[in-house]
Design a protein around this ligand. Structure first.
Ligand code: C5P
Length: 221
């Protein structure tokens, strides 16, 4: 049996990856499967929390005992996160949110025109949800966790990102084969705004999720 150390707590987890539509049949997306976010939702529920899972394009069945809100785009994800975060003790942003979206949405399918170069796609910036909820805390003492996938200088880039976003914890993943995107396993270092560094060895996404909740629970005490 697991210790119900999150009993009476409301936690919000975002999972999956946003899709930014270009036209009715195309989108800009990313490789996030949602598995890490679902592992976070399941483990939090097992530890007694009330869980709101905000799922972006995961195609996975709803975990038992979890409230699931389905979203598509970054703008929709933001709305859902802000709403759920209002009375949350902790928010974990595991979703891969598109930094940019197409400036225009074509109501009809974009056609290819023979003998002509394609039109360029103009992008505009999406809101940074993690930075926003970290700066404008919905409640004092709310614990906010971000994720970062890095390919090089993982720790230095992670530390800079943690400070820029203003969150309490940042889970830094090294992107690589058999790790992170779509995989069942992960390996990470959890950086704390207090200067702490918690390495999590290569293993199932559940194990990383449990470590995140250990660190969150300690900060909620
Ligand atoms: O800046 P970067 O995309 O690497 O940061 C990743 C973290 O920030 C993740 O926790 C992700 O959910 C969050 N994020 C966000 N809004 C964005 C981009 C990323 O909340 N527009």
């Amino acid at each position: 049996a697991v210790a119900p150390d999150l009993a009476g707590r409301h936690v919000v987890v975002s999972a999956g990856g946003t899709r930014e539509p270009l036209d009715p049949v195309r989108f800009l997306g990313n490789r996030s499967s949602g598995k890490q976010g679902y592992a976070l939702a399941r483990t939090a529920a097992a530890r007694g929390a009330r869980v709101t899972l905000i799922a972006a394009n995961t195609g996975m069945p709803d975990p038992a005992g979890v409230d699931v809100v389905s979203v598509g785009t970054a703008v929709q994800l933001r709305e859902a996160v802000l709403k759920a975060a209002a009375d949350a003790d902790a928010v974990v942003m595991a979703a891969a949110v598109a930094d940019f979206r197409p400036a225009a949405y074509a109501a009809g399918k974009i056609k290819k025109k023979d003998d002509r170069d394609p039109d360029p796609i103009t992008l505009v910036r999406n809101p940074d949800i993690l930075a926003e909820i970290s700066t404008e805390r919905a409640r004092p003492g709310q614990v906010i966790v971000g994720f970062a996938a890095e390919t090089d200088d993982v720790l230095a880039n992670g530390r800079t990102k943690l400070e820029r976003k203003g969150c309490d914890l940042l889970v830094v993943n090294e992107v690589g084969e058999r790790k992170t995107f779509g995989s069942e396993e992960n390996e990470a270092v959890v950086l704390g705004a207090d200067g702490s560094e918690t390495p999590v060895p290569y293993g199932p996404k559940e194990a990383l999720a449990e470590t995140v909740w250990d660190l969150v629970a300690r900060r909620l005490e």
